[in-house]
Ligand binder design. Structure first.
Ligand code: SF4
Ligand code: SF4
Length: 340
């Protein structure tokens, strides 16, 4: 078993964490079954968020009775003190607990600090003093905010997208966190579905002893893969090394990570999927991308108003409308019989 300690929190868990975003899409019964199975298989770190609709409730139901054997991380997107306390109260109730192991500011556009006028950091400190929160973390998709959080010395963990498609700047974040004794929680270790070999994803992250991946799990088959890594952590092989090198070559540069921060689109374009259709169709089972519903979604790109809202919100600085156009062109050619 390989374990990770999340910096100064001292939270030490198996190097496979459970990302509870996808359990929003399954029934209570199936979600409880998955979360319990994860726990029984050796996973003890569960990450959810106030804004993942009913995910917290499902996690709470599943972990009732074993609360002291697991670590629960959740997040708030509150931007006022009032909403902060409201969110925290709701999360505690949903999670059926009186404390949260790691409470994180959820992708704020700035790094909350004492005295910044928002009162948010003061509120989280007060929540810690009251024992409702044990450790304070931050999640982000922006390098600048992540770096500022490290510099501030105010956070014990950083949650950031990290996978084998990482740039040098992402790698620098990981090592800066290590130097600052901050835990690094890797979200999107499968890059939102673009990485289709979880073994390769795991072995890449295995090189970084301060990094805890949280795998977004929705199906039992996916969970079983990760549980097998709890028992038998994969090791680097020549084949995996080659696969990673190939993927890095194919996916380097500007591609949509499917993070959804540019949504909603005023004409209803499903940007997360549509802006990376060319990759999804070639890397994931393609039938799901060619259904009449998927075709109708792609055709919506023709209605784009070029309002620029999406582009302005993309943390990766992508020119989203032109990316959508490129993906539509390729998609229409595929529908016309182009080989892919
Ligand atoms: S530019 Fe197009 S895709 Fe982007 S938000 Fe506006 S309408 Fe939607
Ligand atoms: S275009 Fe940018 S913000 Fe939108 S889903 Fe893709 S990576 Fe995320």
């Amino acid at each position: 078993m390989v374990e990770v300690t999340l910096g100064s929190t001292g939270i030490t868990v198996n190097k496979n964490g459970f990302g509870a975003l996808p359990i929003q899409r399954i029934s209570d019964e199936d979600a409880v079954y998955l979360v319990r199975k994860a726990y029984e298989g050796g996973i003890t770190f569960f990450d959810t968020a106030r804004c993942y609709t009913d995910s917290e409730k499902k996690v709470g139901m599943a972990l009732e009775g074993i609360r002291d054997k697991v670590f629960i991380a959740t997040k708030t997107m509150a931007d006022t003190v009032e909403d902060f306390w409201k969110d925290l109260g709701t999360s505690l109730e949903n999670l059926r607990t009186d404390y949260i192991d790691l409470y994180q500011f959820h992708n704020p556009s700035f790094c909350p600090k004492p005295g910044d006028g928002t009162g948010l950091y003061e509120a989280i400190l007060e929540a810690k003093a009251q024992g409702k929160v044990r450790h304070i973390g931050i999640t982000n998709h922006r390098l600048a905010v992540a770096n500022e959080a490290i510099d501030s010395g105010l956070y014990e963990t950083l949650q950031f997208p990290f996978c084998y498609l990482a740039t040098d700047k992402d790698l620098e974040l990981v090592s800066r966190c290590k130097d600052a004794n901050m835990g690094f929680i890797a979200m999107k270790a499968l890059s939102g579905g673009l990485i289709n070999n979880s073994r390769a994803a795991y072995v890449y992250l295995a090189q970084f002893d301060n990094v805890l991946p949280i795998w977004g799990v929705q199906r039992e088959k996916e969970l079983d893969e990760f549980l097998s890594y709890v028992q038998n952590p994969p090791v680097m092989t020549k084949e995996l090394e080659e696969l990673i090198a190939r993927d890095r070559e194919q996916l380097q540069g500007e591609f949509c990570r499917g993070c959804g921060y540019c949504m909603p689109c005023p004409v209803g374009i499903d940007i997360c999927n549509s802006a990376r259709m060319s990759l999804m169709i070639r890397r994931a089972p393609s039938q799901a991308q060619l259904t009449p519903e998927a075709q109708a979604q792609m055709k919506l790109i023709e209605q784009c108003l070029h309002c620029g809202q999406c582009k302005g919100k993309c943390p990766y600085g992508l020119d989203t409308p032109s990316l959508l156009e490129k993906n539509l062109k390729d998609y229409l050619e595929i529908l016309d019989g182009k080989e892919y």
